[in-house]
Design a protein around this ligand. Sequence first.
Ligand code: APR
Length: 248
Amino acid sequence: MNFSLPDIFVPDRTANIVILTGAGISKESGIDTFRDPDGIWSKVRVEDVATPEAFARDPERVHGFYNMRRRRVQTMNIAPNAAHDALARLERGWPGAVLVVTQNVDSLHESAGSANVLHMHGRHSEARCNHCGHVVPWQGDMSTADVCANCGRAGGLRPNVVWFGETPFFMDEIQRALAECDLFLSIGTSGNVYPAAGFVAMLRRLGRAHTVELNLEPSAGAGLFLESHYGPATGVVPRYVERLLAAA
Ligand code: APR
């Protein structure tokens, strides 16, 4: 397939770039999205596995869901794809600041070589203790029998991810970066979950940044972007990044 892009807007080479990513960027690495027809939320209910209430009611069920997702990434040879690679190249090659704000709990941006990444919905490769707040890297399965290495209590460890009803991480840093952003890219996200879904509207109000959507299809907020290119991330994102870097 030929993903030739029409003209793209190229900002000044010192422009600050903020890139919001969602599940769509990892789809071609073999990780399911949430809201596509075969997505995760077509198979399990949010209320059963992704809320603090679900964890309080049935922690083993919630652990089972995240254990399965963590195990899949660790055992299925899941690797970054051409879109993750392109964003890492952009960070290395662009003279201005480049920040990835991801809603994804996988670590594929880091595996591709991106260094400036904020996981606003956390990471499933970390555990957090509900008793003392201590966060540790976590490989393998997690259960209610696991003991916190910091406070020594069992039963409090949970995946360090943000569930529905909880506040995303790094919001102060993200708000600061958005306020200084000149180019905003939204990649592989359906625009259904706030606060991330509201970033583009906020940027329109601030009136400083050029906003671009790169997605398989128009998202819920598609009309708010000043520029958009549609197609699979592994086609559209490398092509877009090539064009930006060629002008840098
Ligand atoms: N390339 C680019 N985009 C794709 C691809 C692909 N190969 N495949 C799917 N997409 C797009 C879909 O068209 C959709 O717009 O990716 C988007 C995925 O949307 P969601 O499944 O809603 O994922 P996301 O927006 O990341 O969800 C946000 O919801 O449940 C929560 O916490 C979860 O972080 C997640 C949040």
